[in-house]
Design a protein around this ligand. Structure first.
Ligand SMILES: O=C(O)C[C@H](O)C(=O)O
Length: 442
C-alpha cells in the first residue's frame, strides 16, 4: 500500500534532473539537435532506439501473461470477466469509430490535399508496395484465426500481444477453476510479478538513451525540412488528435469524474517515451504498472490495455481516414459519400489489426486502401516520407486513449480504488515503476 503524502514528500526531495521525464525530455531535445546538425551521426544512432524497444518488447509477453493470469485467477466470478470484455469492446468500438469519423469530417472540411494536382501514375510506388505486402490478411476470419496461437511457445516466441493475451486468459480461467489445487501456481506467478516488474523498472533507466537514439535517427534520416513539405497535413493531423484527446476523451474523463489533464500528467514519463520512440508499445509495461498503481484492478488492466493495443487505436483511426482523403484530394480523385462510407467500414475492420509499433498505422492504411479501389494506393508514396512524424502523433493519441479506456472500464465495473486514483491524479504517487502489491482473491 502506498502512502500518498509520504510518496509526494519523497518525490519533492529528488533533484529535478533525477526525474525520468526530465531525463527523457532532455534526451529528446538532444536527439533533435544532434540529428539536425549532424544528420549522418544521428542516423547512425538508430541501434540505440531499436535496442531499447527490443528490451521493452522482451518483457511485454511476461508482463501481460502474469498480469492477466493472476488477475483472472483472482476473480471469484467469471461473469465479471465476461462483463469487462463486453464493456471494453463497447468502449473500443464506440471511440475508435468516432475517431475514424472525426478524421473523415476534418478531411472534408479542411481539405489538406486540395490543390496539389498530383498524377498518381508519376509516383514512385516501390516502397509503398513493400509496405502493402506487409499488410496482414484483412479478412475477419483471418484476423480471428491469427489470435489463436499455433503453440503456446509460438505465442511467446513471436511476442504477438493478442496471442499471448488469448493464452493468458484461457490459462487464468483454468487456474481459477482449479481452486485450491491451483493455488501454488497462482502464488508462484504472483511472486514472479515482483522480479519481472523490477526488470521493467531497470529497463526504464535506459529510456533516455533509447529516446535519444530514436529521435536523433528520426531527425537525421527524415530531417526537419521534410515536415515543411507537408506541414499542412501534419498540422491538421496533430491539431485534430489534440482536439480529440482534449475534447472527446476530455468529455469522457469528465463524465467519469476525472480530469484528462491530470491523467496525462500522471502518465507523462510514458508519454515522453512514446514521443521519443514513436511507439506506444515502448511504454506498454509502464502503463500497465501505473494504471494498476492508480487503483485500477489488475484483471481490468490486464484485459483492457493489451486488447486496446489492437482494438482501441484512436490516433491510428484518425490518421487512416484523414490520410486516405488527403491522398484522394491530392490526386484529384473525387470520392462520393458511398465511397467514404465504404472507406469507413473497411477501416473499421482493418484498423483492428494495427499495432503499437512504428509504422504500423501506415501498413494498416495500405491494407485499407488495397480493398478500397476508389482511393489510389500509389498516393501513399506522397506521405511515406513524413510517416515517422505522423507515427509520433498516432502513438501518443493511441496511448492516451488506452489509459482513458482502462480507467473508464474499471470505474464501470466498480473496480477502481477511488483513494488510490485520487492520489494518482493529485500527483502524489511515485513516478517510478513499483511492484504492485500482491492481490488477494476477490
Ligand atoms: O505506436 C503506435 O501506437 C502507433 C505506431 O507508432 C504507428 O506508427 O502507427
Amino acid at each position: 500500500m502506498i502512502a500518498p503524502i509520504a510518496a509526494a514528500e519523497a518525490r519533492a526531495k529528488v533533484p529535478f534532473y533525477r526525474h525520468l521525464y526530465v531525463q527523457v525530455l532532455t534526451a529528446i531535445a538532444a536527439g533533435i539537435l544532434l540529428g539536425h546538425y549532424y544528420p549522418q551521426l544521428g542516423t547512425s544512432l538508430q541501434p540505440l532506439g531499436d535496442a531499447f524497444i527490443k528490451l521493452v518488447r522482451m518483457v511485454i509477453a511476461p508482463v501481460i501473461f502474469l498480469t492477466v493470469t493472476t488477475g483472472i485467477a483472482g476473480m471469484s466470478d467469471l461473469k465479471k470477466f465476461g462483463r469487462v470484455v463486453g464493456k471494453s469492446f463497447i468502449y473500443f468500438l464506440t471511440f475508435s469509430t468516432l475517431a475514424l469519423i472525426v478524421g473523415l469530417i476534418v478531411a472534408n472540411v479542411v481539405q489538406p490535399g486540395a490543390g496539389m494536382h498530383i498524377n498518381p501514375a508519376t509516383l514512385d510506388t516501390k516502397a509503398v508496395n513493400n509496405y502493402a505486402a506487409q499488410a496482414h490478411d484483412a479478412s475477419v476470419v483471418g484476423f480471428l484465426m491469427n489470435i489463436i496461437p499455433d503453440t503456446i511457445v509460438g505465442a511467446f516466441a513471436k511476442g504477438d500481444i493478442l496471442q499471448v493475451l488469448f493464452f493468458s486468459v484461457v490459462f487464468g480461467i483454468a487456474l481459477g477453476a482449479a481452486g485450491e489445487r491451483g493455488r501454488p501456481v497462482t502464488d508462484f506467478l504472483q511472486a514472479l510479478t515482483t522480479p519481472i516488474f523490477r526488470m521493467v523498472a531497470l529497463l526504464m533507466k535506459f529510456a533516455p538513451i533509447g529516446a535519444f537514439g530514436a529521435m536523433a535517427f528520426t531527425i537525421g534520416k527524415y530531417g526537419i525540412g521534410t515536415i515543411a513539405n507537408l506541414a499542412f497535413l501534419i498540422g491538421t493531423f496533430y491539431a485534430t488528435s489534440l482536439l480529440f484527446v482534449l475534447v472527446v476523451l476530455g468529455a469522457v474523463a469528465r463524465y467519469n469524474g476525472f480530469s484528462i489533464l491530470a491523467l496525462i500528467r500522471y502518465i507523462k514519463e510514458e508519454l515522453l517515451l512514446v514521443l521519443g520512440t514513436s511507439s506506444s508499445e515502448a511504454a506498454l509495461p509502464g502503463l500497465m504498472n501505473k494504471m494498476e498503481r492508480a487503483g485500477c484492478k489488475r484483471s481490468v488492466v490486464g484485459l483492457v490495455i493489451p486488447t486496446g493495443y489492437s482494438f482501441n487505436l484512436d490516433g491510428t483511426n484518425i490518421y487512416m481516414t484523414l490520410a486516405a482523403l488527403f491522398i484522394a484530394q491530392a490526386t484529384d480523385t473525387p470520392l462520393s459519400l458511398g465511397d467514404q462510407v465504404l472507406l469507413l467500414l473497411v477501416a473499421m475492420l482493418s484498423s483492428k489489426g494495427a499495432a503499437g509499433i512504428t509504422g504500423a498505422g501506415f501498413i494498416t492504411l495500405a491494407a485499407t486502401l488495397a480493398v478500397v479501389p476508389s482511393v489510389p494506393i500509389a498516393g501513399m508514396a506522397l506521405i511515406l516520407g513524413i510517416d515517422r512524424f505522423m507515427s509520433e502523433c498516432r502513438a501518443l493519441t493511441n496511448f492516451v486513449g488506452n489509459a482513458v479506456a482502462t480507467v473508464v472500464v474499471a470505474r464501470w465495473e466498480n473496480e477502481l480504488d477511488q483513494t488510490k486514483f485520487a492520489a494518482a491524479m493529485a500527483g502524489q504517487l511515485s513516478e517510478e515503476i513499483e511492484v504492485p502489491a500482491l492481490q488477494a482473491a476477490e
